[in-house]
Design a protein around this ligand. Structure first.
Ligand SMILES: [Zn+2]
Length: 224
């Protein structure tokens, strides 16, 4: 299993990612978030406290994908967060990074229990083929909450983000920078959907848009 020392490059990447999230407003005012990357088949590297606004290299832990802290110290409140990350890595082999934040516009949709429809073209470029769903509220980290998340990701390869009802956003992708970009693009989409309400509401993309974007991205040699 990868050690914290061996993972120092990944630690630096997560610190940089949290700064990007902060600079782009994805942490909102509270700075609350948790970020992880998969290290190998058995473990992930994860932020170890609830606030990521000013991370240092001591703010990380190596956690096995069955949920045990292997190295580093986790804040007691993080115990309930671990399974949200580990479960996604266990269930979706295509995923190598998971980020949870209270990105303000996505979280607004989560408060309203409104799924985010795929009407903003840039979202299609992250491989999304389904609307971003809202997982019904359950206590943080409870079996019910985690199961609600996993139910939505296991059999839906076109879901790369979801909302926790009355709480926040969860995004995941095949690498860290892509996960950061997905989260910011989804928050843009959410913000513009709210603005579009004043103009009569967003209109759907043509039925063939998802297929066409995927075909074009293949022809450009993109990963998705
Ligand atoms: Zn949260």
């Amino acid at each position: 299993m990868t050690t914290l020392t061996a993972a120092h490059t990944r630690v630096a990447e997560l610190i940089a990612a949290s700064k990007t999230l902060k600079d782009s407003g994805m942490l909102f005012r509270g700075g609350h978030a948790n970020l992880s990357v998969k290290l190998d088949d058995d473990s992930m590297l994860m932020t170890s406290g609830g606030n990521v606004a000013a991370l240092t290299s001591g703010d990380f832990a190596v956690v096995s994908l069955d949920g045990k802290v292997v190295e580093g110290t986790m804040a007691a409140t993080m115990g309930e967060i671990i399974e949200m990350h580990a479960g996604i890595y266990r269930m979706r082999s295509d995923i190598a990074s998971v980020i949870h934040t209270h990105a303000p516009h996505i979280t607004t949709f989560s408060l309203a229990h409104r799924a985010i429809p795929l009407v903003y073209e840039p979202l299609l470029r992250f491989g999304l083929t389904e609307e971003v769903p809202v997982v019904p509220w359950a206590p943080r980290g409870s079996q019910e909450s985690v199961q609600g998340i996993l139910d939505r990701v296991v059999n839906h390869p076109g879901i790369f983000a979801l909302m926790l009802a009355n709480h926040g956003a969860l995004a995941f992708a095949n690498d860290l920078s892509r996960t950061v970009q997905l989260l910011t693009t989804l928050d843009e989409a959410a913000e513009m959907l709210i603005l579009a309400e004043a103009l009569g509401g967003a209109k759907p993309l043509p039925d063939l848009a998802i297929e066409q974007v995927q075909e074009r991205m293949k022809s450009f040699g993109s990963r998705r």
